[in-house]
Design a protein around this ligand. Structure first.
Ligand SMILES: Nc1ncnc2c1ncn2[C@@H]1O[C@H](COP(=O)(O)OP(=O)(O)OP(=O)(O)O)[C@@H](O)[C@H]1O
Length: 784
């Protein structure tokens, strides 16, 4: 397995020239969480196994100049990182310190901190004022020209300005004392050792921010609500600066903190209007220390030199990725702008490193972003550059931290030339104009710009005292010679100054041409923006109208929904009432039916009891009747059976098909069934009426009841009897006694199908119809 262990050891000589990169780990919010970053040594760290990013290079170490752990205090960070920059600043050297890292990794905390643990900015301010003490120049003796330069005023001018300020109350701070107390940071009394006792100092601060690639002056008091974007320009020394930026001279730490507080307030206010957050912009707090060195000859200051040092403290915006934050709209624009500027910073440093290591001369794209353009000079050797990489060792930030570490890796390989102090500006109190170009070692004397040499002495021509006269002439000659030499020098100086002046004029002209072009561009941009804004206004109006329509429609629909809802509610109420009534009715019905059932059961029980009693009585009666009938009928039966038998035999003779099982069976069945089945013919029974003779119809009142019948005179085929529909059989016989009486006898029986498919007739009764003549003689007992 190829171990990718890579550890960069920075050589001592490199340390002086490279960008010095420090790392600060912030404490984890959740104490139970395991850190995704592991400290290998005080200068080295590595990503731990908790970091589950795909891009992780296992075993890869990242080396810094120093790693501040979560236990490192603000003081430690200040002493290691910012104090050397302050020492440079006080001697007129420039320095740039920026914090870089993911959102929430502690950049602002490191730079600003809070009252009890002041960050780098308040510590720098406190240390500066502790060190300068009473060696401060009088206010307004030095004045910013708002073009990266300084002017020197006479004491009277400065006094006048101070007087005007007090009179107008222009710079009187508006914040309350309670707020002023709150914005004070604790001061531990640290002092710088390299203060020059022969100098007096003036401290200036400016506070700017870069938001969406536009520079805003946070101390600009011209319009307190809307911040105007500023342009970045290059001064005559090729230094980049924010044109027209407000540089305020501060005479105490409190004043500086007040300005910082006001700048932050303005930033918040402007951002509320722009719908942005503080961490969405890069903020730059600039401290400039102007050092005045005055050489005094007698009572008159013979020469005045100015050295200017600048320290830029930059709080970069968070470097998170767009897809993690799911930004859209303005946030996406902000994020891409932040990422673009950070990307450009990265590209610039990469190209710079490549140019330095390979000797190539690739163009560094400083102009691609305002951030890199503003700090171009630092990367090209105008001062020390230090970076604090802030890291939140939480697992969530793991992937972003990896990107940050990679950036840190590139940055610390970039070389910057060692800064050196120089006289940036010079101005004598009596001269009004500021010489723009001041060679580092140029010294100007407190005498008129052009001197014509010593005055020509006045001599008296005294021919009597020739010696004195000739000495005087000699003096005049000498003086004239000196004046001649001075004249030549003056001529030379004049021509060089003229040259220089022309050159400056040319530069100014070029600058003015460039400015004009810039103004033209800006005007074109403004025009475009105005057009865009007009279009947007039209769109907004359209959308507002549409929105209005939609809202009225929506209101109507809401009304409809409300009425429908009311109807539904009413119906639901009725439905519920109906349900309740139904349930009540059901309950009532159930109670009633239960009552009825009970009553019926009681009645049934009573009836059953009565019937049983009746039945028993009837049974008793029947038994008695049976006994009587049986004794009476024995004789009749025998006679009837013999009659029946003869009739059937007779009928059988006429119809051989008539299938009777046996005479004996018939007789016995007849005997048994006669009493039981007589008169039990049902209404639905079909009768087979067998008229073997043609009977004379009798007009008796009672007639046989055979509603459904089939009359046959002969039984020709078996089907006549076996027809399943026919259930009753009736054989008709008629007799006449000759005296006029006629008797018809109907022998009745049930047709019962047999197992063999035939049928048998079981006789069970005889009906007799008798018609007697009213004229007939009564029968003698013999006749009977
Ligand atoms: N070293 C630290 N010790 C204690 N608290 C810290 C430390 N670093 C950061 N914090 C806390 O973490 C929180 C976030 O820090 P800070 O606002 O400085 O992050 P940031 O990187 O500036 O974020 P942004 O990019 O959003 O501005 C703050 O509440 C701060 O107090």
């Amino acid at each position: 397995m190829n171990t990718l262990k890579r550890e960069k050891q920075l050589s001592n000589s490199d340390l002086h020239d490279t960008v010095k990169v420090f790392c600060r780990l912030r404490p984890l919010q959740d104490e139970c969480e395991l850190p995704s970053i592991k400290l290998v040594s005080p200068t080295t760290l590595t990503l731990s196994s908790e970091c589950k990013t795909k891009q992780i290079r296992k075993g890869c170490n990242y080396v810094f100049r120093h790693v501040f752990t979560s236990y490192s205090g603000q003081r430690e960070v200040f002493e290691h990182v910012a104090l050397p920059l302050l020492e440079d600043l006080i001697t007129g050297k420039n320095g740039l310190l920026f914090t870089y890292g993911v959102t929430g990794s502690g950049k602002t905390y490191t730079l600003t901190g809070d009252q009890t643990s002041p960050g780098i900015m308040p510590s720098c301010i406190n240390t500066l004022f502790n060190s300068v003490g009473d060696r401060q120049a009088q206010k307004y003796l030095i004045k910013s020209d708002r073009m990266n330069g300084f002017e020197m005023q006479s004491e009277n001018e400065a006094l006048e300005e101070r007087f005007q300020e007090t009179k107008s109350g222009k710079r009187l701070r508006t914040i309350k004392k309670t707020v002023a107390d709150k914005i004070m940071y604790s001061n531990d009394g640290t002092r710088l050792k390299n203060i020059n006792d022969e100098c007096i100092y003036s401290i200036f601060v400016s506070y700017t921010e870069i938001y969406n690639n536009a520079v805003y002056d946070l101390l600009d008091e011209s319009n307190s609500k809307i911040l105007q974007a500023k342009i970045i320009r290059e001064d005559w020394q090729k230094n980049m600066y924010v044109n027209g930026v407000e540089e305020v001279e501060v005479k105490s730490a409190a004043e500086a903190f007040e300005l910082f507080y006001m700048g932050q307030k303005r930033k918040r206010m402007a951002h509320t209007l722009l719908n942005a957050e503080s961490s969405r912009s890069h903020s730059i707090f600039n401290i400039r220390v102007v050092q005045l060195i005055q050489n005094v000859q007698g009572d008159i200051p013979s020469e005045t030199m100015i050295k200017v040092g600048q320290l830029s403290l930059v709080d970069l915006a968070g470097s998170e990725r767009c897809n993690r934050t799911n930004n859209t709209g303005i946030r996406l624009k902000e994020a891409s702008s932040i990422n673009n500027s950070l990307m450009t910073l990265r590209t610039c440093l990469e190209v710079l490193r490549e140019n330095q290591t390979t000797g190539s001369t690739k163009v560094i794209p400083y102009r691609d972003s305002r951030l890199t353009l503003l700090f171009k000079n630092y990367f090209e050797g105008e001062g020390q550059v230090r970076m604090i990489v802030c890291i939140n060792p939480s697992e969530q930030d793991c992937e972003e931290n990896l990107q940050v570490l990679k950036f840190a890796e590139i940055t610390q390989e970039v070389q910057v030339t060692k800064p050196e102090s120089r006289y940036q500006q010079f101005r004598t109190p009596n001269a009004k104009s500021t010489p723009r170009e001041t060679p580092k070692t140029t010294k100007s004397k407190g005498v008129p710009a052009f001197s014509f040499g010593p005055k020509i002495p006045i001599i008296k021509l005294d021919f009597e005292n020739l010696e004195e006269t000739s000495a005087g002439i000699e003096k005049v000659l000498k003086c004239l010679q000196v004046r001649k030499i001075r004249g030549v020098q003056n001529k030379r100086e004049f021509s060089s100054k003229e040259k220089h002046f022309r050159k400056r004029l040319l530069n100014i002209n070029q600058e003015s041409v460039l400015t004009q072009a810039e103004v033209r561009n800006l005007k074109a941009i403004l025009k475009k923006e105005k057009l865009l804004s007009q279009n947007l206004n039209v769109k907004i109006t359209d959308l507002e109208t549409a929105n209005h329509c939609m809202q009225s429609k929506n209101n109507e629909l809401e009304n409809v929904v409300r009425t429908l809802q009311l109807t539904i509610d009413e119906k639901n109420l009725k439905l519920n009432q109906n349900c309740l009534e139904q349930q009540k009715n059901k309950q009532k019905l159930a109670i009633q039916s239960e009552k009825l059932n009970k009553e019926l059961e009681d009645k049934l029980r009573q009836q059953r009891y009565h019937m049983e009693v009746e039945m028993q009585a009837k049974d008793l009666k029947l038994k008695k009747m049976k006994e009587i009938i049986e004794s009476e009928e024995v004789a009749h039966e025998q006679q009837f059976a013999s009659e029946m038998f003869s009739k059937v035999v007779e009928a059988n003779e006429n119809n051989p098909l008539h299938n009777f099982s046996s005479t004996a069976t018939t007789r016995s069945t007849l005997t048994n069934k006669n009493t039981l089945n007589r008169g039990r013919a049902k209404a639905g029974d079909v009768w087979l009426e067998h008229n073997s003779i043609k009977p004379i119809p009798l007009n008796t009142v009672m007639q046989p009841s055979m509603k459904k019948r089939k009359s046959v005179d002969k039984l020709k085929k078996a089907a006549d009897v076996t027809n399943a529909k026919q259930t009753k059989y009736c054989l008709i016989a008629q007799e006449s006694d000759g005296a006029g009486d006629v008797e018809t006898k109907l022998y009745k029986g049930d047709i019962i199908p047999t197992c063999g498919g035939g049928a048998q007739v079981v006789f069970n009764g005889v009906e007799c119809l008798r018609e007697e003549s009213p004229t007939r003689m009564p029968l003698t007992p013999r006749d009977k």
